[in-house]
Design a protein around this ligand. Structure first.
Ligand code: NDP
Length: 372
C-alpha cells in the first residue's frame, strides 16, 4: 500500500466525515477512459430476457467497451419490445430453436446466458459450438461435472468462457483485496459471509429443483462461497455444513432453505457462512486479521456497497456493477486482460466443487475434504 493512500486513510479515520477515494478506484476511472478509445466494442447477444437480463441490458446503455446487439428469447413479444428499446436489428434476433445459426452472424461476438440455472450448461455448449464467446450467469451449472463440461466445450471451440461474477470486479471489494494483499490486516484469521433474502412466489423456477439445481445456496449462498475465497486469498481444504428447513412444502426435496457452512484454509484461517431464502437484511461480509478488519454491508447487492476497514470508510462513488462488468469482460475477451480475481470457467468450477461438497457435508453430517 502506498504512503499516500495510508495518509488519506489516516485522515479518514480521524475525521470520520471525510471519506477517502481509493487509489484503485481512480485507476478504474482512468482505465475506462483510455480503453474506450482502443478497438471495437464486444458485441453481445443476451439470452433470456427476464428480470436480470433486463438489468444487464439497461446497464449496458452506458458501457464504453461492450454493446448489446442481439437477443435470444422464447417470447416473441419481448423480442419486439427489446428491438425497439435497444435498436436491435431483426437479423440479430433468435429463439431457442434457431440460435445455432448465430455461427453465420459475423456481427455478434458473445452470448450472455441469463436463463434459469439448468439451462446454462446446454446453452453454453451450443453457443461454443457456434463459435461465439460464452458469458454464463451464476451458478455456472448445476454441479462441478457440468461446469467442467462447459469449460471443455469452450476450450475445444477456442472461445472464452466467463461467469457473471460482478462482485469480482467491484471497486470497493477490490480495494479490500488490495489491502489484504498489502498486509494491512496482518495475518488473516477469519471471514464471515451472510447471504440471504426472503423468497416469494412458491411457483417460481428458483424453487424448482430441476431448473434451479438446489435452493438458496445455488442462488445467493454462492456469493459467500466465492467471497470467502477472494477475501481470504486461499482455497478451502475442508467444508462442514448444517441444513435447517422451516417450510418443507415451499422448500421441497432438493431445494435448500437455510445452510450454515464452514471452511478451513491452509494457513489456519477459517470461514463461517450462512445462506438462506428465509431472512431479509442478510448481506454482510466481515474479514478479520491480526492487525485489522474489513466489513461490508451491503456486501453483494446491486449497491451502493458500503465498506469500511479499521482505518475508516472506503467511500468511492457508486458504479453500476453490470456496466463495469460488461466493459471489463470486453477487455478480457477482446484484449486478453487478466482481472485481479479470475471470472473464468475454471473459477466457476471451483465454486461448484465447493457447493457440491457443502451439499454432501450437509447431507452426511461429515466433514468433506477438498482439493481445488
Ligand atoms: P427470470 O425468471 O427473471 O428470467 C429468466 C428468463 O429465462 C425468462 O424470462 C425467460 O426469458 C428465460 N427462460 C428460458 N427458459 C425458461 C424456463 N424454463 N423458465 C423460466 N424462464 C426461462 O430469472 P432471473 O433473470 O432472475 O435469473 C436468470 C439467471 O440470472 C439465473 O441464473 C440467476 O442466478 C442469475 N442472476 C444473477 C444475478 C447477479 O447479480 N449476477 C442476479 C439475478 C439473477 P425469455 O422469455 O426471453 O426466453
Amino acid at each position: 500500500m502506498n504512503s499516500r493512500r495510508r495518509f488519506l486513510q489516516k485522515i479518514t479515520a480521524s475525521a470520520f466525515a471525510i471519506p477517502f477515494v481509493p487509489a484503485y478506484a481512480k485507476n478504474i476511472a482512468r482505465q475506462t477512459n483510455t480503453l474506450a478509445q482502443e478497438g471495437p466494442p464486444l458485441r453481445v447477444a443476451i439470452m433470456g430476457l427476464g428480470s436480470y437480463g433486463t438489468r444487464v441490458a439497461e446497464a449496458m446503455r452506458t458501457c464504453t467497451r461492450a454493446k448489446l446487439v442481439g437477443v435470444i428469447s422464447g417470447t416473441p413479444a419481448k423480442i419486439k419490445d427489446w428491438q425497439g428499446k435497444y435498436s436491435i436489428p431483426e437479423k440479430n434476433c433468435y429463439n431457442y430453436e434457431n440460435f445455432d445459426k448465430i455461427k453465420d452472424n459475423p456481427d455478434i461476438d458473445a452470448v450472455y446466458i441469463i436463463t434459469p440455472n439448468a439451462l446454462h450448461r446446454p446453452m453454453a455448449i451450443r453457443v461454443a459450438k457456434a463459435g461465439k464467446h460464452v458469458i454464463s450467469e451464476k451458478p455456472m451449472a448445476l454441479n462441478a461435472a457440468e461446469g467442467q463440461e462447459m469449460v471443455d466445450a469452450c476450450k475445444k471451440a477456442k472461445v472464452k468462457l466467463l461467469i457473471g461474477y460482478r462482485m469480482h470486479l467491484e471497486p470497493k471489494t477490490l480495494e479490500i483485496i488490495h489491502m489484504r494483499k498489502a498486509g494491512d490486516f496482518g495475518k488473516v484469521m477469519f471471514f464471515q459471509g451472510l447471504c440471504g433474502f426472503r423468497i416469494g412466489d412458491p411457483t417460481q423456477w428458483r424453487l424448482n429443483p430441476k431448473l434451479a439445481g438446489g435452493g438458496a445456496m445455488m442462488d445467493i449462498g454462492i456469493y459467500a462461497v466465492n467471497g470467502a475465497r477472494y477475501m481470504i486469498g486461499e482455497e478451502p481444504t475442508y467444508v462442514t455444513a448444517q441444513e435447517t428447513k422451516t417450510d418443507p412444502e415451499k422448500f421441497k426435496e432438493g431445494v435448500d432453505e437455510t445452510i450454515l457452512f464452514q471452511f478451513g484454509f491452509p494457513s489456519g484461517a477459517v470461514a463461517s457462512c450462512l445462506s438462506t431464502y428465509s431472512m431479509n437484511n442478510l448481506d454482510r461480509f466481515f474479514l478479520n486479521g491480526e492487525k485489522g478488519y474489513a466489513e461490508m454491508q451491503p456486501s453483494t447487492g446491486y449497491g451502493p456497497i458500503k465498506a469500511r476497514t479499521n482505518r475508516g470508510e472506503i467511500d468511492y462513488p457508486h458504479v453500476t456493477h453490470q456496466t463495469v462488468q460488461m466493459d471489463e469482460m470486453a477487455d478480457i475477451i477482446l484484449r486478453g486482460k487478466q482481472p485481479e480475481v479470475p471470472i473464468d470457467g475454471e473459477e466457476g468450477v471451483k465454486d461448484m466443487k465447493i457447493i457440491d461438497a457443502i451439499y454432501l457435508a450437509a447431507k452426511t453430517g461429515k466433514r468433506v475434504d477438498l482439493k481445488l
